[in-house]
Design a protein around this ligand. Structure first.
Ligand code: SF4
Ligand code: SF4
Length: 775
């Protein structure tokens, strides 16, 4: 990927390794300028297809290296405006795209050659392994360039070009697909389409969101894989060449050029133009007469779905104003969602991208928890209401029913035979499995997935390609497991949270959440806490001349320290009142001071229980995830957007301004985003402390490892796993727990009963555990 520098020639830049500019760039055509009425201020020809100037970073219009105008604002309902940065009446002339190529010929030839060689190398490597080859086609610039390269690398019979028509494409994209077939005659073009229509899938799943992108699987990759399976007439083992580029996102920048089984176990993804920049793509596309989707002429810089949870306001507004009839039905569904959630259509919420941060079904009329789970000492009981499938049809994923009288079923699984009772009552399917202690955490997790599939599966077929043997089928909307083919690998259960994408999208966590706005936008800053530690509880009643914080800052600090377990809280009716009195824990923490991460870890564990925003964060933002303010707002189930906004600001400030962000690695700032790396080397006593907190909150000193780490999936769970509190991978956490048993044999034991780990804590309180840190 080269940067570029401007030359003296009109609109011509030079790609060079030493260039300072490495921004995303796009050509600007007269249609975009007309849209903004720029012909009032500038002179430019309207009878040319050539670009007239460039836009850097999407909104900055650049003429020969000088920014001459900037677009501002915009959204689904608001047209952006252009701010001119020069009063001069500019005279724009078409950019000579042949000359642009000539100036960059050597670099472009080398890029082209490398990409062509890469495609050929992958073809030669995977062909003898029985793979088929596909060029993914979206109708965007990257896929057009990729296709052009494919035609140079391989013979037309060697691959298919598969256009994944999501049903949410712009009319100009559909036209590009038709044009491409004429442009590259002989190439085998195919179109993959989801069997559900767009509105049906939006109704079943709810609108997609940035963390609920069911649409990418259901409407794009699955139909593509199924089509491929039909085309090749064998198991779908495919090499998919796609136009993914590193420049497009932080996540994509971490991709390698070849990814085996990343998207699907049967699929190898090859990113032939991964390292190309947008500048290089356009130099190639404009010169080589690769068809350019008309949408680019309107200023749309990424061609994709019309209404997409990943798109920016600029994109939303240009699509909405240039293709108003095409976005109508999806906008109406978003409006209906706000009508249900807020009692009125909230266009601002839609325009500001609030819908993109949805994290579950709370704001959907179809959102509900259909599975409840009860764990007793001897059994686990699932109650499934409004089920879309029958439990017994899905059960063969776990094991083969060897004895079934309709009520009592014996199932032969990988781990032995299990008994369960099945009955239907008041429209619910009720399944009780006992003895419970024979089940290990994998069994329980598989059973939960089966319960979710039974409750929610609408037959979207996303699970089908996950199955390596073809055992998982959807026939007429119903799950059919071919028991003789199922090898109980559980891929169909583990590839998505909860075992079903509909379940993930409709599940409602934390109903009736309290107002999370407790800190007036202020985070739990180390400097605030330091002031508290220096002055103690008197801190909140200092005479004016001794105060070092503002009134609202003191209020926020008081709330943070109270929720961290340092100050006593008294409940008076429905109100919680913070008392100016240290708890036992508070006295101990003050002695630990403000610089020791252990103290912050203990406070964070208490905040996970007592602070609404920290609790939502721990339970919803996974290890290794990047997140931003909108994501935090999206996981708060409170109906006042401003309150959620304030709470999110406070949490992000906590990450920036205290050791919780970078030392405990809960929120490492990356420009506008944050990264939850998780605590890499957790303090053993902090882990033990969090386990004792779990015991105190659940009222039990003995619990299974499985119950602990799955608490976040159980809406009725009262405790939080230390793995969720500190962001620790479950496998690593298991090792950590075993380490605790060795280090603190008087405080924790693990007993193994029939493959099940029981964690047993002794007769201490969480406050006692703090003293172990000093020993
Ligand atoms: S169980 Fe699988 S196929 Fe069925 S709706 Fe859920 S994700 Fe789709
Ligand atoms: S993915 Fe594995 S467990 Fe699921 S149906 Fe296929 S073989 Fe069975």
């Amino acid at each position: 990927m080269y940067g570029y520098e401007w030359t003296e020639e009109n609109g011509i830049f030079r790609l060079t390794i030493n260039a300072k500019i490495q921004k995303e760039i796009r050509p600007v055509f007269h249609e975009e300028l007309d849209f903004f009425g720029m012909d009032q201020y500038w002179d430019y020809p309207k009878d040319t297809t050539a670009p007239l100037l460039w836009a850097e970073g999407v909104r900055r219009y650049v003429l020969n290296g000088v920014c001459v105008a900037e677009a501002q604002g915009g959204g689904f309902y608001t047209k952006p405006t252009i701010k001119r940065l020069t009063e001069e009446r500019l005279k724009l002339v078409p950019i000579d795209t042949d000359r642009l190529y000539e100036v960059n010929r050597q670099i472009m030839l080398s890029l082209e050659q490398k990409a062509v060689q890469f495609i050929q190398t992958q073809y030669e490597h995977y062909l003898p392994l029985g793979f088929s080859f596909v060029c993914a086609f979206s109708g965007g610039k990257d896929s057009l360039v990729l296709l052009d390269l494919m035609t140079k690398a391989l013979a037309p019979k060697d691959y298919y070009v598969v256009f994944s028509n999501t049903g949410m494409e712009l009319s100009d994209t559909l036209k590009t697909f038709v044009d491409a077939q004429k442009h590259w005659p002989g190439v085998r073009f195919k179109e993959a389409k989801c069997h559900m229509d767009m509105e049906e899938s939006w109704n079943e799943f709810g609108p997609p969101a940035s963390k609920l992108r069911w649409c990418c699987s259901v409407r794009k990759s699955v139909p593509t894989l199924m089509l491929l399976s039909e085309l090749t007439g064998k198991d779908t083992k495919a090499v998919v060449f796609d136009g993914v580029r590193a420049e497009e996102s932080l996540r994509r920048s971490k991709y390698t050029e070849v990814g085996e089984g990343v998207k699907n176990i049967q699929q190898v993804n090859c990113h032939a133009i991964l390292k190309w920049s947008s500048a290089e793509i356009f130099v190639y596309a404009l010169k080589k007469n690769v068809l350019l989707n008309n949408a680019y002429r309107h200023g749309i810089y990424r061609v994709g779905c019309k209404v997409c949870p990943m798109s920016a306001k600029w994109q939303d507004s240009l699509i909405s104003f240039n293709y108003p009839d095409e976005v109508k039905s999806q906008l109406r569904m978003l409006e209906d969602m706000t009508l249900f959630a807020k009692g009125k259509i909230d266009k601002k919420y839609i325009e500001d991208g609030g819908w993109q941060a949805r994290a579950g079904g709370k704001i959907l009329k179809q959102g509900e928890n259909r599975v409840s789970e009860e764990i007793t000492a001897t059994s686990i009981v699932f109650r499934i209401k409004n089920a879309r499938q029958n439990w017994n049809s899905v059960l063969p994923i776990w094991g083969i029913p060897v004895d079934d009288d309709g009520k009592r079923i014996t199932v032969k699984t990988k781990h032995g035979n299990f008994e369960m009772n099945y009955r239907e009552e008041n429209g619910q399917q009720i399944v009780s499995i006992s003895p419970f202690f024979q089940l290990d955490r994998f069994d329980i997790s598989t059973l939960r997935s089966i319960a979710n599939k039974t409750a929610y599966c609408v037959g979207c077929k996303a699970c089908t390609p996950q199955c390596p043997t073809g055992a998982y089928q959807i026939i007429d909307g119903k799950i059919v497991i071919r028991a003789n083919r199922c090898v109980h690998c559980y891929n169909c259960c583990t590839y998505t949270d909860k075992g079903c994408m509909v379940a993930k999208s409709l599940f409602v966590r934390g109903e009736n959440m309290e107002n999370p706005d407790k800190y007036r936008n202020f985070g739990f800053r180390q400097s605030f806490y330091s002031h508290f530690v220096d002055t103690g509880v008197d801190c909140f009643d200092l005479p004016d001349q001794d105060k070092v914080l503002g009134k609202d800052q003191y209020k926020a600090l008081k709330q943070w320290v109270a929720e961290s377990g340092i100050l006593k809280i008294e409940t008076k009716g429905s109100k919680k009142v913070v008392l100016p009195e240290l708890t036992v824990l508070g006295n101990k923490l003050i002695n630990i001071g403000v610089y020791n991460p252990f103290g912050w870890a203990v406070m964070w564990a208490n905040l996970a229980y007592n602070s609404i925003v920290v609790n939502a964060f721990c339970l919803n933002i996974g290890v290794g995830e990047t997140f931003n303010k909108d994501d935090i707002v999206g996981i708060l189930k409170y109906d006042n957007a401003t309150a959620c906004d304030h709470a999110a600001n406070s949490l992000l400030s906590t990450f920036r301004d205290s050791p919780i962000g970078s030392s405990l690695m809960q929120g490492i700032q990356l420009d506008k985003d944050y990264y939850r790396a998780g605590w890499e080397y957790p303090h053993a006593v902090a882990l033990l402390y969090a386990l004792y907190l779990y015991a105190e909150h659940t009222g039990r000193k003995s619990f299974t490892f499985s119950e602990l780490v799955n608490a976040h999936s159980n809406p009725d769970a009262k405790g939080i796993s230390p793995a969720d509190i500190y962001g620790i991978d479950v496998k690593k956490f298991r090792e950590d727990v075993q380490g605790l048993v060795i280090s603190f044999p008087k405080h924790i034991r693990v007993s193994f009963v029939a493959n099940l780990d029981n964690i047993i804590l002794e007769d201490y309180s969480s406050d006692d555990i703090i003293d172990l840190a000093e020993e």
